[in-house]
Design a protein around this ligand. Structure first.
Ligand code: FEH
Ligand code: ZN
Ligand code: ZN
Length: 360
């Protein structure tokens, strides 16, 4: 089978031949029909040797949809032929969080990291930028129903992460019956454009989009944002003006650099919420007394729970969330990576192994 593999740290990934895995025990083999490309894949590719607890070589890709191709003898869950999406965080399966369907917050993550056994598809374990993906258990597969694979795959990471981040800031939005809250979305890329739609579908909040690209603001408007602004020296003031001077009740930072964190805390109101979603490596000084708004609740959400994934899939099936995608054949994976790296992707880049499906 073909696979996009990171063969050594810092080197470019290669599209190469790999052995098609056979599922044993509880494992399930999925024929990949779509695999999204994520900014985190770039961070993984660019990581310095030993910066991540993963052993090369491994196949990239943690945002995967496809069909069950083969099941191990002890496998449970979806049957052969069923269309599925892969719940990407693979925890220990036994701790309190994993048992509750929150593998994204597995209590044994550091032990898994130390064992360098990987914590998910494409995260030290062979991932789904390939023709097939071996999933350790059927509990990590969710039926997708009528959703097309290129829609379902991005929901398993970009959609799930956005949905989970919004769940964390929802308390700051107050009672939808008594007033209009405001949420600023910083970064309208693969995750941000879905966050705009999820906010419009599940809250009464005014959605304020911020990006450095005009085309991203156009996408935000297409997704239902009420207001959009490029990043300028007075962006925080522009956001405050849009909120009647109070500041946004919540800020979702999908970039996560020091500059966007500074913008976020300048634009959020006292008692508001800031979710740092993007892995831009930015720093924020948290100190009292200090410059942060009193009562600010900061969250560092990571991916999401199985229930969150079921919810965001339901929104998509209901037509409330639609992923803007740019599809590439698996053979052009490196072109897709270049497009993502250079900010040329509108929405989410999705790799499609089967050329027939590409034309669907
Ligand atoms: C995945 C793996 C590692 C770090 C971050 C991520 C996110 O893309 C998950 O949404
Ligand atoms: Zn990701
Ligand atoms: Zn666990």
């Amino acid at each position: 089978m073909r696979a996009v593999r990171l063969t050594h740290w810092g080197g470019p990934p290669v599209v190469t031949e790999a052995e098609r895995p056979s599922p044993r025990g509880e494992a399930v083999l999925v024929r990949v029909e779509a695999a999204g490309l994520c900014g985190s894949d770039l961070h993984i590719m660019d990581a310095a040797p030993d910066a991540l607890p993963y052993r090369t070589p491994f196949t990239l890709g943690h945002e995967v949809a496809g069909r069950v191709a083969e099941r191990g003898p002890d496998a449970t869950g979806p049957e052969v032929g069923e269309r599925v999406v892969v719940y990407g965080p693979w925890g220990c399966g036994r701790c309190g969080h994993c048992v509750a369907g929150a593998d994204n917050y597995c209590d044994r993550r550091s032990a898994l990291d130390t064992a360098r056994t990987g914590t998910g598809a494409g995260l030290g374990r062979d991932g789904g930028l390939a023709d097939f993906l071996l999933v350790p258990s059927g509990r990590l597969l969710l039926p997708v129903g009528a959703l097309a694979p290129a829609q379902a795959a991005p929901l398993s990471d970009a959609g799930l992460t956005s949905y989970h981040a919004i769940a964390g800031i929802r308390p700051a939005l107050g009672d939808p019956e008594t007033g209009t809250a405001s949420v600023a979305v910083i970064g309208v890329g693969g995750l941000g454009h879905l966050a705009v739609q999820i906010l419009r579908a599940t809250t009464s909040a005014q959605v304020l989009a911020v990006d450095v690209r005009e085309e991203a603001l156009a996408l935000a408007a297409d997704c239902g944002a009420h207001f959009g602004t490029l990043v300028r020296p007075d962006t925080a003031e522009a956001l405050r003006r849009r909120t009647g001077g109070t500041g946004a009740d919540a800020v979702l930072d999908f970039v996560g650099t020091s500059a966007t964190l500074r913008l976020g805390v300048s634009a959020v109101r006292p008692g508001g919420a800031l979710a740092v979603v993007g892995s831009g490596g930015g720093e924020l000084l948290v100190r009292k007394p200090g410059a942060l708004p009193p009562g600010l609740r900061i969250s560092l959400p990571f991916w999401g729970t199985r229930t969150d994934l079921e919810q965001v899939m339901a929104l998509a099936r209901a037509g409330a969330v639609k992923v803007a995608t740019e599809r590439f054949p698996l053979s052009r994976a490196l072109d897709a990576i270049d497009a993502l790296r250079s900010g040329r992707v509108r929405g989410r880049a999705v790799l499609v192994p089967d050329e027939e499906l590409l034309r669907a």
